[in-house]
Design a protein around this ligand. Structure first.
Ligand code: APR
Ligand code: PHB
Length: 402
C-alpha cells in the first residue's frame, strides 16, 4: 500500500471536482482528484449545455475559457411555445445585458481535464472502492484502489464532488444532515442529432402531448428532448416515434423542424433534492453531491460552478491564511443560491410539463402562467434574471462577510 499526503482530496472529476482542482492549482494549493470512471467515459457523457453569464466568467478567469469563447454560442433570449405560437423572452434586454452561452458540459469537462494534464497536476481515473475516513478526528484519509494497488491519501480537506450517487454524502452521519426531496411523474428522453438547429435560440414548448425542448450544441448539432413517463423504456422509442412527437409538440405557425441522424439517445429521470449543511467537519460537499434540480431551468452545472467558486475562496482562506470564516460560511452561502435555483427549476418544470394525474384546473393554471410570462414585462424579467443567473452578491445570505 502507498501512503501520500495532499492538501485537498477531491473526489469526482465532473465539472465541480475538475474546476475546484483548476482553482486550487492556480492558487498554488495541492490537490489530488480521484475519479471512479475512465477518462473516455467522462469525456463522452452527454449532459446539459447552458452556461450562465457568471459561469462563463468563472471559466474565463480560471484560464479554461478559450475554446468556449471560440466555439460557444451566445444566446440573448429563449422562446416559450404554446398554442402553436412562439413567444420570445428577450433575456439580455430584460437583465441589463446579461446572456447565456451554449457550450456543452462535456466540452467544459474536456477543457478542464486538458488544463489539469497540461499543469501536470494529479488526476486519477478508474479509482475503485473510494472511502473517506477519519472525519471524526479531523484527520481525513481517503482510501482507494488504483492500478491494482491499495492507496491511502491523507489530507486537510476532502471535497465531495462525486455527484448524486457518490460515496461522500453517505459518509456523513444521518442525523447530521437534513434532506428535502421531490420526485416528478415524468422524465426526459433526450437525443443528439446531426442536424443544424431549426432555431436560433432554445424553444421550451408546452403542448397537450407533453413538454418538448429544442436545444443545440453547435451550429451543426441539435439537442432535443421530449417529456416521457419515468418508467418508459428507450427501446419503445424508435427514431421515427421521437421525431413524430417532436414535430407535434414543437409545432408553431410558419416554423419547420429539420430532422437528421440521431447520434445518441437516453432517458433522464427528474428530481429535486437538497442535503444540508454542505459541510461535515473537514468534508465539503459541492455540486450534485449536495443537490439536484430537474433540468428544465438548466441550473445543475451552474450551481456546481457557483458552489466551487465559493469553496475555492474558503479553501484558500483556510490553507493559506489560516482563516476558517470561509469554511464556516460555505454551506449557508451556497444554499441561498441553491434554493433560488431549486425554486426556479421547479417553477419551469411545473409550468411546462403535463402531469397526467392532474385535473384540468392544473392545466388552466399553467396556461395562465405562460400567458403571464409572455405578456407581462415584470413576469418575463423574473424568468429572465433567474435563467441568466443571479450574481453571487444577489444570492449572498443576509449578514455574510462580503
Ligand atoms: N469515487 C470517485 N468518483 C466518483 C465516485 C466515487 N465513489 N462516485 C461518483 N464519482 C464521479 C462520477 O463518475 C462523476 O464523474 O464523480 C463525478 C461527479 O460528476 P457529476 O455527476 O458531473 O457532478 P458535478 O461535478 O457535481 O456536476 C454537476 O453534472 O450531473 C450533472 O446535471 C448535473 O450539470 C450538473 C453537473
Ligand atoms: C441542453 O441543451 O441539454 C439543455 C438545455 C436547456 C435545458 C436543459 C438542457 O433547460
Amino acid at each position: 500500500m502507498t501512503s501520500e499526503r495532499t492538501q485537498v482530496a477531491i473526489i469526482g472529476a465532473g465539472p465541480a471536482g475538475l474546476l475546484l482542482g483548476q482553482l486550487m492549482h492556480r492558487h498554488g494549493i495541492e490537490a489530488v482528484i480521484l475519479e471512479a470512471r475512465s477518462r473516455e467515459y467522462v469525456e463522452a457523457r452527454i449532459r446539459a449545455g447552458v452556461l450562465e453569464q457568471g459561469t462563463m466568467e468563472v471559466l474565463r478567469e480560471a484560464g479554461v475559457g478559450e475554446r468556449m469563447e471560440r466555439e460557444g454560442l451566445v444566446h440573448r433570449g429563449i422562446y416559450l411555445c404554446f398554442d402553436h405560437v412562439l413567444h420570445h423572452i428577450p433575456m439580455t434586454e430584460l437583465t441589463h445585458g446579461r446572456s447565456v452561452m451554449i457550450y456543452g458540459q462535456t466540452e467544459v469537462v474536456k477543457d478542464l481535464i486538458e488544463a489539469r494534464q497540461k499543469a501536470g497536476a494529479p488526476l486519477l481515473f478508474e479509482c475503485e472502492d473510494v472511502t473517506v475516513e477519519g472525519l471524526e478526528h479531523d484527520e481525513p484519509v481517503v482510501r482507494y484502489r488504483h492500478g491494482g494497488a491499495e492507496h491511502e491519501l491523507r489530507c486537510d480537506i476532502v471535497a465531495g464532488c462525486d455527484g448524486f450517487h457518490g460515496v461522500c454524502r453517505p459518509t456523513i452521519p444521518e442525523d447530521a444532515l437534513t434532506v428535502w426531496e421531490r420526485g416528478y411523474p415524468y422524465a426526459w428522453l433526450g437525443i443528439l442529432a446531426d442536424v443544424p438547429p431549426s432555431t436560433d435560440e432554445l424553444i421550451y414548448a408546452y403542448s397537450d402531448r407533453g413538454f418538448a425542448l429544442h436545444s443545440m450544441r453547435s451550429l451543426t448539432r441539435s439537442r432535443l428532448y421530449v417529456q416521457v413517463d419515468p418508467d418508459e423504456e428507450i427501446a419503445e422509442w424508435p427514431d421515427d416515434r421521437i421525431w413524430s412527437e417532436l414535430h407535434q409538440r414543437l409545432a408553431s405557425d410558419g416554423w419547420e423542424l429539420a430532422e437528421g441522424p440521431i447520434l445518441e439517445k437516453g432517458i433522464t429521470p427528474m428530481r429535486s433534492f437538497v442535503a444540508a449543511p454542505m459541510r461535515y467537519r473537514s468534508l465539503m460537499l459541492a455540486g450534485d453531491a449536495a443537490h439536484i434540480v430537474p433540468p428544465t431551468g438548466a441550473k445543475g452545472l451552474n450551481l456546481a460552478v457557483a458552489d466551487v467558486t465559493v469553496l475555492a475562496d474558503a479553501l484558500i482562506g483556510h490553507l493559506t491564511a489560516g482563516s476558517d470564516t470561509g469554511l464556516d460560511e460555505y454551506s449557508d452561502r451556497c444554499l441561498t443560491r441553491v434554493w433560488r435555483a431549486q425554486h426556479f427549476s421547479w417553477f419551469m418544470t411545473t409550468m411546462l410539463h403535463l402531469d397526467h394525474s392532474d385535473d384540468t384546473y392544473g392545466r388552466q393554471l399553467q396556461r395562465s402562467q405562460l400567458r403571464y410570462v409572455t405578456t407581462s414585462t415584470a413576469a418575463a424579467t423574473s424568468l429572465a434574471e433567474n435563467y441568466v443567473g443571479l450574481t453571487l452578491e444577489q444570492t449572498a445570505p443576509a449578514g455574510a462577510t462580503p
